[in-house]
Design a protein around this ligand. Structure first.
Ligand code: COA
Length: 335
């Protein structure tokens, strides 16, 4: 365990989420690209996803935090820090965190955006927890939010069927009970992933020009097979490593909370950890891959369905563009 020298752990004390109302089911994609409902269901596990027509990532994030505030009574002026994990910021600058701050009226907060793609929430959780553990902050919001429809190419069947829009948020607060909250994390990056999952246009390497638009460089490109291979191994290895580092057996783990990119990757990870299917959180069928939002939205839904209890050992696990990947051991702290 990492917590031997800590005075505080970061505990999750409130949750919230937001998904837009508009649903795109698999039949919709049969009309716009060469695919079938059957292919999408069997190869990915996705049945439908949500799409935000009007508005941006900051709206998704702000709505998730408003849901958190409504369910917990947290007042916006109490928030010390807002960390927004996203790869679809409203714009390159200002940071989405600033736009969210204004939308929710968090008048005493500072904050920043964190770019780690599908591992963004795990990286944000660790960063937020470190601020809490430092003793300097009492109320840190970590929110995973992505409007993936803004960078998906709806003429490319390889990618457009995979993604959806959504956001989910946690409130982190200090606790002196070191048996609950974020216990430990194993986080990794490897730039070898730059060749198989990326969006080339719009940054300092390829600023937007007519040419970058003509070449569709402002859309997601993914070499699905390569990413799949890295993801299956990366997520399973790091999840098992996290269990072993925390001295947890499969009986001790209440739930694996995997990033929701592909049901086959999720199942393989659960199997490697020796977990029965009912201990593996899943909501990919409803929302597709919402990038930074998948892990906190799974937890929010399972908590609200009464499936989580205080003291439950959760292993959170993700793999994404970069490559970025990792796992965290979180002990649930809400009744
Ligand atoms: N409908 C029908 N056929 C499709 C299709 C679609 N929507 N998308 C791809 N195909 C085709 C491919 O063109 C390919 O055809 P080909 O053999 O004639 O070239 C065939 O299906 C098989 O492609 P393949 O890449 O082997 O499929 P797959 O079983 O690996 O599934 C993904 C594709 C994208 C679902 C899968 O690779 C995946 O989930 N990758 C990892 C995603 C991930 O974890 N990302 C990280 C975080 S974002």
């Amino acid at each position: 365990m990492e917590n031997i020298n800590r005075k505080f752990n970061a505990a999750v004390t409130a949750v919230g989420q937001f998904f837009p109302d508009e649903v795109l089911d698999n039949k919709y994609f049969e009309k716009i690209v060469d695919t079938t409902d059957e292919w999408i269901r069997t190869r990915t596990g996705i049945l439908e996803r949500r799409i935000l027509r009007n508005g941006a990532t900051s709206d998704l994030a702000a709505n998730a935090i408003k849901d958190l505030m409504k369910s917990s009574g947290l007042k916006p002026e109490e928030i010390d820090v807002i960390i927004v994990a996203t790869v679809t910021p409203d714009m390159l600058f200002p940071a989405t965190a600033c736009l969210v701050q204004e939308k929710i009226g968090a008048t005493n907060a500072w904050g920043f955006d964190l770019s780690a793609a599908c591992s963004g929430f795990l990286f944000a959780l660790k960063s937020g927890a470190a601020l809490i553990e430092s003793g300097g902050y009492n109320k840190v919001i970590v929110v995973g939010a992505d409007k993936m429809s803004s960078i998906a190419d709806y003429t490319d069947r390889n990618t457009c069927i995979l993604f959806g829009d959504g956001a989910a948020a946690f409130l982190l607060e200090p606790t002196t009970d070191l048996s609950i909250g974020l216990q430990d994390s194993i986080l990794r990056i490897d730039g070898v992933g730059k060749d198989s999952l990326y969006m080339l246009g719009g940054g300092s390497l390829n600023p937007a020009t007519h040419e970058t638009v003509d070449k569709k460089m402002h859309y997601i490109y993914q070499d699905g097979k390569t990413v799949f291979k890295f993801a299956v191994k990366g997520m399973a290895d790091v999840s098992v490593e996290m269990m072993e580092k925390s001295n947890l057996t499969s009986e001790d783990v209440a739930f694996l909370v995997p990033h929701q990119a592909n049901k086959r990757i999720i199942t393989a990870t659960g199997d490697r950890m020796g977990l029965p299917r009912e201990k593996v959180m899943i909501n990919i069928h409803k929302y597709g891959n919402t990038t930074a939002a998948t892990i906190p939205s799974c937890i929010t839904e399972y908590y609200r369905d009464g499936k989580l209890k205080k003291g439950d050992n959760l292993i959170l696990s993700a793999f994404g563009a970069g490559f970025t990947w990792g796992a965290s051991h979180l002990v649930w702290s809400m009744d």
